[in-house]
Design a protein around this ligand. Structure first.
Ligand code: SAM
Length: 216
C-alpha cells in the first residue's frame, strides 16, 4: 500500500506518543517501553492498523508493535488509534521503518510472534528477495524470534502463498498449519481478526490463504 504522500505525516508521527522514534535505541529493552514482562508480538507491513489495534484490544496481556514502511500509511493507523475505540490501549506501539532492519531493532529472541498480512507480492522473480516471506527475511525473523516463536501469514495471493510454503520448507522451519481457504476452515478461522485487505478481498469472493510456521 502506498498512499499519496501526505506532507504532514512525518510531523504528526514524530510527535505522537505511541510512535517509537529511534527504535534501534530500544533494542533489547522493549519490555521497558511497555513497563511489563508480557510477550512482544509484531506485525510487519501493518498498513492502516486495523488488525494490530483489534489484536491489542483482544489480547491485553500481549504487547503489540506495528511496523510500517511509509509514514503516510502509518499516519492512518495513528488516526485510528486516536479514536474512542482504541486510544486507551497501553499495549500497542508503532514504528516507521523498513523491515529489512528488524535485527537492528530487536535483540535475539525478543519477539514472541510475527504477523505478516497481505504482504506485497513482488511478482518479478528478480525481486523475490524483497518478499517478506523469502528465505532472506526468514533468516532475519529466526534471529529475533523467541524459541517456539512463529510467523503467521495471510494472503489472497496463491502464487505468493505457494512460494512462501516452499521458502519455509527450504529454511527448515516447521509448518504447523496451513489452509487455502481460511474462512471455511473452522479450526484456523476461530478467533480470526480481519485486516483491511482481508475484508476487501474476501468480500470479492477471493479465498484467503493462511500459514503458521514455527522457527527451527
Ligand atoms: N497488512 C495490511 C492489511 O492486510 O490490510 C496492509 C497490507 S499492504 C498490501 C502491505 C503493507 O506492507 C503496505 O502498507 C506496505 O507499505 C508495507 N510494507 C511492505 N514492505 C515493507 C517493508 N519491507 N517494511 C515495512 N513495511 C512494508
Amino acid at each position: 500500500m502506498r498512499l499519496r504522500n501526505i506532507p504532514r505525516a512525518e510531523g504528526v508521527i514524530q510527535l505522537h506518543r505511541a510512535v517509537i522514534k529511534r527504535p534501534e535505541a530500544q533494542r533489547g529493552n522493549w519490555k521497558q517501553i511497555f513497563g511489563n514482562e508480557n510477550p512482544i508480538y509484531i506485525e510487519i507491513g501493518m498498513g492502516k492498523g486495523q488488525f494490530i489495534l483489534e489484536m491489542a484490544r483482544k489480547y491485553p496481556a500481549v504487547n503489540f508493535i506495528g511496523i510500517e514502511r511509509y509514514s503516510s500509511v502509518l499516519l492512518r493507523a495513528i488516526e485510528k488509534f486516536d479514536t474512542e475505540d482504541f486510544q486507551e490501549l497501553e499495549n500497542v506501539r508503532f514504528v516507521c521503518m523498513d523491515a529489512r532492519s528488524v535485527e537492528d531493532v530487536f535483540a535475539p529472541k525478543e519477539v514472541g510472534q510475527i504477523y505478516l498480512n497481505f504482504s506485497d507480492p513482488w511478482p518479478k522473480a528478480r525481486h523475490a528477495k524483497r518478499r517478506l516471506t523469502s528465505q532472506e527475511f526468514l533468516e532475519r525473523y529466526e534471529k529475533i524470534l523467541a524459541d517456539g516463536g512463529a510467523v503467521e501469514f495471510k494472503t489472497d495471493n496463491t502464487e505468493l502463498f505457494n512460494f512462501s510454503l516452499e521458502q519455509v520448507k527450504e529454511a527448515g522451519w516447521t509448518l504447523k498449519h496451513y489452509t487455502y481457504d481460511l474462512h471455511h476452515n473452522e479450526e484456523l478461522n476461530r478467533g480470526n481478526v480481519m485486516t483491511e485487505y482481508e475484508e476487501k478481498f474476501s468480500s470479492k469472493g477471493n479465498p484467503i490463504n493462511k500459514m503458521i510456521a514455527v522457527k527451527k
